[in-house]
Design a protein around this ligand. Structure first.
Ligand code: VGL
Ligand code: ZN
Length: 202
C-alpha cells in the first residue's frame, strides 16, 4: 500500500520531449509504461507540464542570429536557448498519449512567464520564484519525493536538487528518465545530484 508521506513527481512526459517532438529526447517514450506502473505505489502523484508562451525567452527563435543550443546570459544566470517547444495549447505541449494522467492529483505547469525559464518543479530558474509545489506537498504531509521523466539532466535534475535543498528525501529513478546530454550535461547533473544527497536508483 502507498505510504502517505511519499510522492511520485512525473516530469514533462510531453510530446515535444518524445521521439518526433520539437526537442526530442532519445527513447523518451520508452519510460512511460514503467511510470504508469509506479503511480499506484504512491499516495500522491504529481505531473509537471512545460508550458511556454510562443514569445518565451528560452526559445532561440526569439533571439535573431543566435543558434539553438547556444548559451546566453539572462538576469538570473546562463540560459540554454532551445528549439521552440511545449508552446501552450499545441499538441507538442500535450502529455504523451500513453501516459496515464487520470491517477494524477496535481498538474504543475511551469515556464509560462515569458522572461524566465523554469526547469524545476519547485522554482523558476532564478531558484527563488516558487511554483507552489513545496507548499502543496508539505500541506499533504509528504516528506519524500521520487522523480521520473524527462529530461534527466535538466528538469529532473533541477527538481531533485531543489527537493533536497528544501529538505525532502529525494530519489531519482534513473531508468525511468532519459537525458538530453548537451555537452556532458548528464554527467554533471549526476555528480551534482549525488553531491546534494539525491539517491540515484536504477
Ligand atoms: C526541459 C529544456 C527546456 C526539460 C524543458 O523538461 O528537461 N529541457 N525545457
Ligand atoms: Zn522548456
Amino acid at each position: 500500500m502507498a505510504r502517505t508521506d511519499e510522492a511520485l513527481i512525473v516530469i514533462d512526459v510531453q510530446n515535444d520531449f518524445c521521439p518526433g517532438g520539437a526537442l526530442a529526447v532519445a527513447e523518451g517514450d520508452e519510460i512511460i509504461s514503467r511510470i504508469n506502473g509506479l503511480m499506484s505505489d504512491f499516495a500522491t502523484v504529481v505531473l509537471t507540464q512545460d508550458w511556454h508562451p510562443a514569445d518565451h525567452a528560452s526559445f532561440a527563435a526569439n533571439h535573431p542570429g543566435v543558434a539553438p543550443f547556444s548559451v546566453i546570459d539572462m538576469p538570473y544566470g546562463p540560459q540554454v536557448l532551445w528549439p521552440t517547444h511545449c508552446v501552450q495549447g499545441t499538441s507538442g505541449a500535450e502529455f504523451h498519449r500513453d501516459l496515464h494522467t487520470d491517477p494524477a492529483h496535481l498538474i504543475v505547469r511551469k515556464g509560462f512567464r515569458p522572461w524566465i525559464d523554469s526547469y524545476s518543479a519547485f522554482f523558476e530558474n532564478d531558484r527563488t520564484t516558487p511554483t507552489g509545489l513545496e507548499g502543496y506537498l508539505r500541506n499533504r504531509g509528504v516528506t519524500a519525493v521520487t522523480f521520473v521523466g524527462l529530461a534527466t539532466d535538466y528538469c529532473v535534475a533541477y527538481s531533485a536538487l531543489d527537493a533536497a535543498r528544501l529538505g525532502f528525501g529525494a530519489t531519482v529513478l534513473d531508468g525511468a528518465c532519459r537525458a538530453i546530454d548537451l555537452n556532458g550535461s548528464l554527467a554533471v547533473a549526476r555528480d551534482q545530484m549525488r553531491a546534494a544527497g539525491v539517491v540515484l536508483e536504477a
